[in-house]
Ligand binder design. Structure first.
Ligand code: NAG
Ligand code: NAG
Ligand code: NAG
Ligand code: NAG
Ligand code: NAG
Ligand code: NAG
Length: 204
């Protein structure tokens, strides 16, 4: 715990996209009280001070609607339990990056109970409910960043499994019919500007 407080491993960007999306979208998603859509994009893997030196991140808190949650800490190290906890409210005792298949309910169950639509965007994910830890020679896709697949309540349900898609689809979905709630994760390349960062610029 002391370790994780020193190292803010996860840097989460919450895009509240109701304003921009309402321009383009004939919304058929459930209406929220304060906003209709959220896209949560998880960036790794550095301290907040380092992240804020990046031009993409620099301006965020200066925006009229920008907020820096300085007490939002990772719950564990390494990556996987942090992602798992974000959709399940618990690490389920996971403290490594291995594959797990846990039969438990998640945020997905709560959302669906209220007909709130959702999707997961995973960079380099080959789709079709592909459950391996990674794929291909580049090994860029990282199941350890894909918390949805830790839960058999999602992987064994073909409809739910199909809601986890390749990250490159976020662009089209934002322009067309973005779901109420979405979580986007990056691949395992920590040393780059990801295509996801462009949404920080676009969603003004
Ligand atoms: C993050 O912060 C910790 C503690 O302040 C420091 O030891 C570490 O070197 C920093 N890491 C990076 C990547 O800046
Ligand atoms: C998960 O557990 C429930 C009982 O709590 C059971 O009905 C269900 O079949 C299990 N699902 C899987 C995929 O194992
Ligand atoms: C969800 O949608 C179903 C089917 O349209 C409807 O019967 C149900 O009342 C809705 N539930 C909520 C909480 O709105
Ligand atoms: C997934 O998206 C990446 C770009 O992020 C693309 O290069 C790749 O071809 C896509 N893969 C599949 C299987 O759609
Ligand atoms: C997925 O994992 C299985 C079992 O390790 C392996 O046989 C298969 O080749 C892998 N598939 C891909 C596309 O990497
Ligand atoms: C990782 O990102 C760096 C910086 O953008 C890039 O030069 C490198 O090719 C990337 N690696 C892979 C395997 O995509």
């Amino acid at each position: 715990m002391a370790f994780s407080r020193l190292f803010t491993k996860l840097f989460a960007i919450l895009l509240i996209s109701s304003t921009i999306c309402s321009i383009y979208i004939a919304a058929d998603v459930v209406k929220g009280k304060w906003f209709n859509r959220i896209v949560l994009i998880i960036f790794e893997n550095t301290n907040a001070s380092v992240a804020f030196a990046d031009p993409y991140f620099q301006g965020i808190t200066k925006r009229q609607d920008g907020v820096y949650l300085s007490q939002f800490y990772a719950v564990a190290h390494p990556s996987e339990p942090n992602y798992v906890a974000q959709i399940a409210g618990s690490t389920y005792g996971i403290f490594d990056d291995n594959n797990y298949d846990i039969n438990a309910t998640t945020l997905v169950d709560l959302l669906e109970k209220k007909n709130i639509t959702w999707k997961g965007y995973m960079e380099n994910y080959p789709e079709k409910c592909f459950l391996n830890a990674t794929v291909g020679a580049s090994r860029l896709y990282a199941r350890k960043h894909n918390p949805f697949f830790t839960f058999t309540t999602i992987t064994k349900d073909s409809k739910r499994c199909a809601k986890v898609v390749n990250g490159s689809r976020l662009d089209d979905d934002i322009a067309n019919n973005q779901d109420n709630w979405a979580l986007g994760s990056l691949n395992r390349n920590d040393s780059k500007a990801t295509p996801f960062t462009k949404y920080l610029v676009e969603l003004k």
